[in-house]
Design a protein around this ligand. Structure first.
Ligand SMILES: [Mn+2]
Length: 341
């Protein structure tokens, strides 16, 4: 969720800033222009009276769960900003800022910076014939990975094992995070500076992508909406279909299909697992794979002669206080990714 900043412009609290999480699904703007009935004034008998101030209303979210911090201090500050300032005899003016220009795709400066830092080591390792393993973080790490692969002269495909399609854009995204847009960015839909970070877009040919294990449309309208953005050129198979067709066979088929056309990168977003058995991700969802299904699916991909490297993303330590989920990741995935297996 993107941060919204309210800056106090005057009075006792001038310069103080309040940050809140803000998800602009609804912004309400109210404005009224009253007219008054004026008898004996001729046709209409209505006279313009005055213009009321416009009123904009939106909902802010204060969430201290992940940081374990009280939400009382920001709430107190919000109340101060809305109260009469003794030096001004009225509440102070404040500036409310969110994102860039209205509706514009955010620039994601942090993602650009991190991608630039990651691409060099990836290019170096792949040029030497090594198989790099990148541990996230979130799925945006793929942008740096694919920039590095291109620097190394590779036109790589992508096995994308993820609970989501990560195919929103700056307007459609419910969170505003680049981590639910990176597959769109990789395949050429997104802001300048990212889609063309390593030259001509797209970083990945959509026909060389396989999305495996995403949740089916039936899970909710938001899932159906996001899947609606995925172009037909990208092959995808939801978690229910992976289970029905058998994870081993699905993995083998996906391996063969991409390996026949190019080298490929393997990416696992741990939210492909069912939220009941693996809650330590940022956007958990039911209806996912279990560990056996995931390892069956990933085994042929990790062992593929076409493999250029792998990444694992989205272990959220704030939701794994005793380290159980982290231990499972190591126990279940390390044997598949170890050299010589
Ligand atoms: Mn993801």
């Amino acid at each position: 969720m993107a941060k919204l900043r309210i800056t106090c412009l005057e009075g006792q609290h001038q310069g103080e800033v309040l940050e809140a999480q803000f998800n602009p699904k609804e912004i309400e703007v109210d404005r009224s222009v009253p007219w008054q009935l004026q008898p004996r004034k001729g046709p209409g008998d209505l006279e313009f009276e005055h213009v009321d101030g416009a009123r904009m209303a939106f909902e802010l979210l204060f969430d201290g769960v992940e940081t374990s911090k009280s939400v009382q201090p920001p709430l107190d500050r919000l109340r101060q900003f809305g109260s009469v300032d003794t030096s001004l005899h009225r509440p102070p003016k404040v500036k409310v800022a969110w994102g860039n220009a209205a509706g514009a795709m955010p620039g994601f400066d942090g993602v650009v910076e991190f991608s630039q830092a990651l691409r060099g080591p990836i290019a170096t390792a792949v040029s030497r014939g090594e198989l790099p393993l990148v541990l996230g973080g979130d799925c945006t790490l793929l942008i740096g990975v694919f920039a590095g692969l291109r620097d190394a002269g590779e036109r790589s495909g992508l096995w994308f094992v993820d609970g989501h399609a990560d195919f929103y854009d700056g307007e459609s995204s419910p969170t505003g995070e680049a981590a639910d847009m990176e597959l769109a960015i990789l395949t050429g839909h997104g802001p300048e500076g990212l889609v063309d970070i390593a030259g001509e877009a797209p970083l990945v040919d959509p026909a060389a992508v396989a999305i495996l294990g995403h949740r089916p449309e039936s899970l909710g309208t938001d899932v159906a909406e996001e899947l609606g953005y995925v172009p037909g050129a990208i092959e995808r198979l939801d978690a229910a279909a992976v289970v029905e067709q058998g994870a081993v066979d699905v993995g083998r088929e996906a391996e063969g299909r991409l390996a026949a056309r190019s080298q490929a990168w393997l990416h696992v977003d741990l939210d492909v697992l069912d939220s009941e058995l693996f809650p330590a991700v940022s956007y958990p969802q039911p209806g996912g794979l279990d560990w056996d299904q995931l390892t069956d699916l990933v085994r042929p991909l990790a062992a593929s002669p076409a493999l250029l490297g792998a990444s694992i993303a989205d272990l959220n330590p704030a939701r794994d206080p005793d380290g159980t989920c982290a231990a499972q990741v190591v126990e279940r995935l390390a044997p598949l990714l170890a050299p010589g297996t």
